[in-house]
Each structure stands twice: as C-alpha cells, then as structure tokens.
Design a protein around this ligand. Sequence first.
Ligand SMILES: Nc1ncnc2c1ncn2[C@@H]1O[C@H](COP(=O)(O)OP(=O)(O)OP(=O)(O)O)[C@@H](O)[C@H]1O
Length: 307
Amino acid sequence: MISVTNLCKQFGEVNAVNNLSFTIQPGDVVGFLGPNGAGKSTTMKMLTGFLAPTSGEVRILEHDLAESRQQILKHIGYLPEGAPAYGDMTVIQFLDFVANVRGLSGEHKKARLKAVVQKVELNEVLTQTIETLSKGFKRRVGLAQALLHEPDILILDEPTDGLDPNQKHQVRQLIQDLSKDKIVIISTHILEEVSAVCNRAMIIADGKLLFDATPAELQQRSRYHKAVTLHLADTNNIEPLTSIDGVADAEVDEHTGRVTLFAESGIELMPRVTEAIKAHQLKVDLLYQEQGRLDDVFRQMTAGEAA
Ligand SMILES: Nc1ncnc2c1ncn2[C@@H]1O[C@H](COP(=O)(O)OP(=O)(O)OP(=O)(O)O)[C@@H](O)[C@H]1O
C-alpha cells in the first residue's frame, strides 16, 4: 500500500506539490492527469524517493520512505519522464547493468532479461547504443528496466509518450496484465488512456488534487454525459429536435454536422428523441447516447489552474 499525507514540494516560490494526501491499494491502476506543470512528475519523483519532500510523509508497504528508502526501492519500478539512460551503452549492456544493480544473477537474471526484452520488443535493437535509438525505442528501454526485477509497485511517467499506435496498445495491454496484485501509477496526457487502463483517475492541477475517483465517474461529470448526438441527412432543419420537451440546449459541430442535444436535469432524452424522429420522419444516419467526454471534464476542472 502507498499512503501519502500532506505532501508538499516547493521549488523557491513555486508550490509544485501542494498538500497532497491519498492512499493506493494493491490492484489499483491509478492515472495521474493534469495540465503541464501540474506537479505530476514531482509527485512521482517523491514517491520513488528520488526527490525529498519539503514536508509531508510517504509510506510504502508500511514503511516511511524517508527512513527505509533502500528497502522500499527494491519493490519499485520507475520509468522517469524523457528517456534517461546511459547513451553510450548498448541496450543489452544497459539492461544487464540494471539487472546487476537490482541484484539479479545467474539463470534468474538471464530469464528476466529475456522476458523483458520479449515483452517490450527490444530484440532488433539489443546491440545498438541507446543514444542512437528512436524516441519510442528509448522509451521501451526505460520500460524494460522498470520491469526487470518484477516490482510490486510500478511508477510510470508518461509510459506511452513517443510510442507508435501499436506499441501504445501493447504497453496498455502490458499494464493491464500486470495490474492484478500490483500498484501501478501512470501519468498521461492521453485521457482515453485513463479509461483504457486505469481503475482510478486523479486529476492534479497547481499541485493540488482536484478529483480522485473512477474514470466512469469522471465521465459522468461531463455535460455530455447522457446527451444525445445524431446526424441528420438534412442538417438545416433541427427545429423538431431542439423543440423536444426536456431539451435544455443544443450544439451543432460545424465540422461533422452532428447535433448534440443536452437534457434538462433528470430527463432521459433518448426515448423522446426517437419519438420525434418518427413523428417528423427525419432521416438520421447516426444516433447515440454519449458516455461523457473526458476532455470536456478535464478542461472544466483545470480551467484557471496551472496553464
Ligand atoms: N527541479 C525543479 N526546479 C524548479 N522548479 C521545478 C523543478 N521541477 C519542477 N519544477 C516546477 O514544478 C512545477 C511542477 O512540475 P512537474 O514537472 O511536476 O509538472 P507535470 O505535471 O509533471 O508537468 P508535465 O505534464 O508538463 O510533465 C512546474 O512549475 C515546474 O516548472
């Protein structure tokens, strides 16, 4: 378990992390979301003991991180932001080095190296120096080193940054496969990633925790939650829709021509919309109820916070 109490980090005048408190249990896959400069990376650095807090406490697996750092770090795999690694080492030299530092040896070391190389698909670049790798491959090397010692806690700062769509999918799959009894914390700017892999979303802005719940609960906060979107063959006449009893507002997307109808509080709009379509014999080629748009909620929540 991770338990964070009143965690603060100041850099001069900047309150990078401002009184964060939360607990995370095994099985939790937590997504840190927030605008640039919100304090996500700084929080992750403090959770890994890489950066000392200005004040507050981090307890991991029942130990105070400040007191038992070495012991706790054995249980943590950390992928920092960017692609830090020793550039003039080859991929396999670097992974072997990390394996040694992690105390792996003999057949177990060999097996772990083989497993991570296979998992993040590094075979084709094993003998290439890290500085000559593409951004995506550097990221994969970072992931491989974080996974080598099979940690209970994985802290991954933007794990899919720079990966191609296939790799993004694969890394998300990998995180999902890992998550059964582990703690995984990822930071990301990709909102869909949170829905895809996380069971918990934390929105951080200006160093403060603004939201901590499931991605579905986050979606429910969107004004698009349960709104009805449709596309008419004749996009000019939307009056039969906007005049439906219970429609509070309507929006037309200029690019797609799609119309979104927002319900008055407590009204189920879909049955009324289908009724109106029948009654007015409207030609509709698309009709669905929205789950809620994460980017909309994110903007609402973080407006006026960190830029
Ligand atoms: N070593 C440092 N010295 C001074 N200021 C710092 C340092 N590290 C971070 N900051 C500042 O702390 C704030 C939080 O930065 P942090 O990198 O944690 O944000 P973030 O949420 O990870 O942003 P991003 O999404 O852009 O990666 C920013 O204002 C940043 O400029």
